[in-house]
Design a binder for this molecule. Structure first.
Ligand code: HEM
Length: 208
């Protein structure tokens, strides 16, 4: 019975948790970039002071821990799928490489993991430290503006990386041969879609 197969069940749970956390993380990233930025532009300072101390710490808690969980589950998944063979132990599997080098699947997932891990780094070492300082209320004037700019830039970079990152995740088990041109085409498609989402986020939903 499949439920007795520890490796398969562990693998499925990790994969499920990886995607669940990823939805939470990227969903909040899109909330910040496509909903909250346009919203903040339409609030006066008094309303911001009322709303943001309630909204931001909660949203940022889920955001950074979902990023951490996605990242950790992703690396465990990588180990289970590409670096471990049940009964034989650790080492690159045939899904990762053959005598002729890296497999197409490995190239896709390495691209996705590079982008995803960069995004995780930005969350934990750029966005969250800046947001923590902003929320402390100890900064004002130019220092506050610099912190806001730093956090906003990293968040925008992450939003652009999220599109190609997801192609890497889903390309790995679903797409065959790959080369640099294929990767560049999919990176370009994903970034154009993100750019369109930014453009429309300023126009959609609310009647002016
Ligand atoms: C943060 C760094 C990340 C790492 C290290 C990582 C790693 C991985 C690995 C190793 C796989 C398995 C690929 C395979 O079976 O060949 C995978 C699959 C996947 N990941 Fe990620 N990932 C990351 C971020 C994300 C994020 C942010 C999302 C957003 C939702 C995501 C969504 C997915 C999806 C949808 C799959 C495909 C699952 C399937 O086909 O069953 N990943 N990831």
């Amino acid at each position: 019975m499949a439920l007795e197969d520890f490796f398969s069940n562990f693998h499925l749970l990790i994969r499920w948790f990886h995607i669940l956390s990823g939805i939470c993380w990227i969903g909040l990233l899109y909330f910040f970039n496509f909903v909250n930025i346009p919203l903040q532009g339409s609030l006066d300072d008094a309303t911001k002071k009322l709303v943001n101390p309630q909204l931001m710490p909660r949203a940022l808690w889920w955001f950074r821990w979902a990023a951490m969980s996605t990242f950790l589950m992703g690396w465990i998944l990588f180990t289970l799928k590409y670096m471990y063979t049940p009964g034989q132990g650790f080492g690159p599997t045939s899904l990762f490489s053959t005598e002729s080098g890296l497999t197409a699947r490995a190239v896709w997932i390495l691209m996705g993991m590079l982008f995803g891990s960069t995004m995780w780094f930005n969350v934990w070492f750029v966005i969250w430290p800046s947001q923590k300082k902003i929320l402390s209320g100890q900064f004002s004037g130019d220092a506050l503006t610099a912190l806001r700019t730093r956090a906003a830039k990293a968040s925008r970079v992450n939003t652009f990386l999220s599109g190609p990152m997801l192609f890497g995740m889903i390309g790995a088990p679903n797409y065959g041969a790959v080369n640099a041109v294929t990767l560049l085409v999919y990176i370009a498609i994903a970034m154009i879609v993100v750019k369109l989402a930014y453009t429309y986020s300023l126009k959609v939903g609310v009647k002016k």
